[in-house]
Write a protein that binds this ligand. Sequence first.
Ligand SMILES: [Cu+2]
Length: 198
Amino acid sequence: MAFYGIFFFYIIFWTAVVSPTPILNRGYIPKTNNIDFTIEKVTLAPDGFTRQLSTVNGQFPGPTIEVNKGDRILMKIRNKLGESTAMHAHGMLQRGTPWFDGVPWMAQCVIPDDYEFTYNFTVADQVGTHWYHAHETMQYVDGVFGALIIHDPDDPFKSEYDEEIIVMLNDYHHTNAQILLKQFLTPESHGEEPGKKD
Ligand SMILES: [Cu+2]
């Protein structure tokens, strides 16, 4: 019997004291991330071909947003595009803040040219690799997008990798997306998506 007594004591001692207990967010205190984005047209040559792109802070693709689970995102959009816009944080659940989902005429009115608008939401219960993009006309095809990464302080695999590398894949054209859309919508396109000839 003594053996079993020691055995059970050992089990209880191990689970209560020695083994790590699951800790939500590992004591991480969520913070507010101030994102400052200017949406503007810039002439760039990301693949060697010079053209005008619609950009976030003059970059193609736009800057990567990296936050932690539980954080608040304050994403200020300064619209210098010469046309109206709206920014959508793709995949965000927007629980309690559907008006910051960035879908024009469903979640909000557009941000007129030369106006500012700040999206304000938390990523309380989701993690992973997402992206943000303009949700107005064809702007994201012309470059208004970037990665949105939500790290998980509770990641159980954290010790099993050395680094994370973001790979973004997108269709890229040498022709302005508005022109491509017009061509695509003609009967002559036969529904064939743009990109094969340009
Ligand atoms: Cu989206």
